[in-house]
Each structure stands twice: as C-alpha cells, then as structure tokens.
Design a protein around this ligand. Structure first.
Ligand SMILES: Cc1cc2nc3c(=O)[nH]c(=O)nc-3n(C[C@H](O)[C@H](O)[C@H](O)COP(=O)(O)OP(=O)(O)OC[C@H]3O[C@@H](n4cnc5c(N)ncnc54)[C@H](O)[C@@H]3O)c2cc1C
Length: 357
C-alpha cells in the first residue's frame, strides 16, 4: 500500500525542502506565529488529501522530517475531523468539507486545566435547557485553539455513576458568544502550531450541534485516538529520521569513524526501522477498518521515544548545533499528546492481558 506511493513521498519531500527554508523555520520557531500561507500552499499542492489517509501519513512523516513545527502546522488544521466524519450529521459533514477544502480550521477540545490523561474525569459541563445546551468550563493546551473556526468539544452532559457514560461531543462555532481563546506562549517546541486555553461562559449550542449520540462522547474520542495516535507516530518517525539526517551529514562532513559513533548510528537506525514497521503496520490495520489499539499504542510510544532518543543523540554528535536542538525541542511533545507514554503503556498491557492486540 505504501510502496506504491513512493512518487508521492518524493513529491512531499521536494515540497518540504523547497518551502521549509532554514530562515522560515527559524522565523516561526522564534515568533510562534501560525504559518497560514504554508497551510494553504500544502493544501493547494495536493499534500493534504483527507480522503487518502496513507497519503496523509506520508505527508506528516516527510514534512516533520524537515521541520516538525511547520510540518505539524501544515497538517493539523483538520484535527478532530474524523469524529465528525464517523459520527456527525449532514450539516456537520458540510462544515467538515469546508475544513478539508481549507476554508475553516478545526480543533479538538478534550484536555482541561485539571488534567488530560483522565479523560472521563473532565469537568466542563453542557446542561440541557429546552432545545439548547449551555456550556461552562475550560480546556487547556488546545491545538489551533486561537485560530479555529470550529471546535469538536467533549463535555459532561450527565453525572452518571459510570463517569465514562456521561460525556457528549459537540461541534462549537468559535464565533459564538461565551467563547474565549487565550493563546499560550513560550512552548518548548512545535512553536509554529497555535495552542490555546479555551473558556466557555454560558455558551449556547442547539441540540443539532451534538455530534452523534448523547452520552457516547468518551467512546467516540477513544476511537478517534486510535486514528490520531498513528499520525503522532508518523510525526515522531519523521522527527527521528530528520535527526538521523543531521547525524549522517555531520559524521560524513567530519569524516568521523570511531566505534562509539558507529554503534550509535547503528542503534538509532535500528530503532527508526522498528518505529517505521510498527507505525505502518498499525496504519495498515486501521486503513482496513480493523484498528489494533495495542499495536497503535506500541507504535506511538516507541516512535515517540525514538524521536527523543535520536534528537538527543543528534545534539551530542553534532556538538549541540542549534538546528538539532530544535529537533529535540520538537520531539518531546511526541511523548505527551494523544496520550502520554505512561498512558500508552497502560493501554498496551491492558490489551495484552485481555488477549487482544
Ligand atoms: C502543545 C500541546 C498541544 C496539545 N493539543 C491538544 C489538543 O489539541 N486537544 C486536547 O484535548 N489536548 C491537547 N493537548 C493536551 C495533551 O493531550 C495532554 O497534555 C496530555 O494528554 C497529558 O495530559 P496532562 O498534560 O494534563 O498531564 P496529566 O494527565 O496531568 O499527567 C501528568 C503526568 O502523570 C502521568 N499520569 C497520569 N495518569 C497516570 C496513570 N493513570 N498512570 C501512570 N501515570 C499517569 C502522565 O503520564 C504524566 O506524566 C496538547 C498538549 C500540548 C503540550
């Protein structure tokens, strides 16, 4: 499936090499602005075909290989779209089409100031009053939060004893009264992406803005994570490969041949190959509509740890070159978003103990 896309991979790589100049990467890393022109250029160049997830995976990997700040900024405006695609009504799907065509930007609001790992423990409420829901609460670290036109929001609609049952997904228009977004500054990495804290103060939505069924939101988000974690694994694989590119360039240019460095090159190349196999294997099941949660979490946790390892090594071998430092800063989030490494490891062990994969 993926080998057939080698020409496409080359096209993405060529786009990244010509558009992601060192000046541009540096500028957005320093200013923390969102590169909207890059988003639109990538879309117009045919690199964001949301009807073809294998191509999206390749775009993410190849763009992050050059720079994860710009690479993720170009590929994240559609974040949360699968929730609408799988469970949304016709009106919501029309909005999704406008997201995919570049007219709108989407975000996904799950994490709250009190924590992100315990999704079922979230506190934002949506109270039903007549044919409306009134939303109150806040979300933290929301990608695209300050630039999104719409947010897929997870909120509590009832206080059921089983806290997983009381959550519902909504599609929120960010122009609604009662919506507030405050951009976060000074992130460690992926600084070209827009991250915000969101506040909802008596924000009203209609019953038609519920995505899917009331009370099913927790399960929809878990299904979504089984998709998005594979994309994170591809981001991490790209960063690890980019760090290895920097190592190889330095080793060759400086004619380094000592055994320590050779062992490290061998070790990081092996880990990258293992990350690639896990990521593409997990993706091939997902694309056959047969996702494997343990395999997906293995890919995400292993590729994430490999991105951090490869970029640490790149700093060591290239003697702390500032470009390799940026790879390290961008790598760290791979172990955090869409489930920290600890959460992924819990998912893997639970699945394996159940006899699943
Ligand atoms: C740049 C950025 C962008 C993000 N974008 C989004 C977004 O678009 N939408 C969104 O909803 N969220 C987003 N997030 C939030 C991200 O998903 C959370 O940061 C992540 O899920 C972890 O949640 P937390 O930071 O609240 O840490 P916590 O959940 O508070 O965890 C803190 C620590 O405790 C550990 N821990 C927690 N529970 C357990 C457990 N049961 N067993 C063992 N260890 C545990 C964790 O592994 C972690 O090390 C983003 C975060 C960042 C930094």
């Amino acid at each position: 499936m993926f080998e057939e896309l080698d020409d496409y991979r080359k096209k993405v790589r060529d786009f990244g090499l010509s558009e992601f100049t060192e000046d541009l990467i540096d500028r957005y890393d320093k200013t923390e602005e969102y590169p909207d022109d890059i988003r639109l250029k990538a879309l117009k160049s045919g690199l964001i075909d949301m009807s073809n997830p294998a191509k999206i995976l390749i775009s993410i990997e190849e763009l992050c290989r050059i720079d994860a700040g710009l690479g993720i900024a170009a590929t994240i405006p559609y974040f949360g779209g699968e929730v609408i695609m799988l469970y949304g009504n016709e009106k919501q799907k029309r909005i999704l089409n406008d997201v995919y065509s570049g007219k709108y930007i989407l975000g996904l609001g799950v994490t709250e100031p009190s924590g992100g790992s315990d999704v079922a423990g979230l506190k934002t409420t949506a109270k039903k009053i007549g044919d409306k829901y009134v939303i109150n609460g806040s979300k933290m670290f929301i990608s695209n939060g300050g630039i999104a036109d719409y947010i897929v929001l997870l909120a509590r609609t009832s206080d059921e004893e089983n806290k997983h049952h009381g959550l519902t997904t909504f599609l929120i228009n960010t122009k609604s009264p009662g919506f507030e977004a405050n951009k976060l500054h000074g992130k460690l990495g992926v600084r070209a992406t827009n991250t915000a804290e969101l506040k909802f103060n008596n924000l009203e939505v209609s019953v038609d803005d519920v995505i899917g069924e009331v009370g099913q939101g927790f399960y929809y988000i878990m299904t979504f994570f089984n998709i998005s974690r594979i994309y994170v694994a591809a981001q991490a694989l790209g960063i690890a490969r980019g760090a290895l590119d920097k190592i190889l360039e330095f080793v060759k240019n400086n004619n380094i041949k000592d055994e320590y460095t050779m062992f490290k090159v061998s070790d990081v190349s092996t880990r990258i190959e293992a990350s690639r196999q896990l990521t593409y294997n997990a993706a091939s099941y997902l694309f056959k509509f047969d996702p494997k949660p343990a395999l997906t979490s293995m890919a995400k946790v292993y590729a994430g740890e490999t991105a951090v390892y490869a970029s640490e090594l790149a700093m060591e071998i290239t003697k702390n070159d500032h470009k390799t430092q940026r790879f390290f800063r961008n790598a760290k989030i791979m172990e955090i978003w869409e489930g920290t490494s600890e959460i992924e490891k819990l998912i893997i062990s639970r699945q394996i103990l159940k006899g699943g994969n």
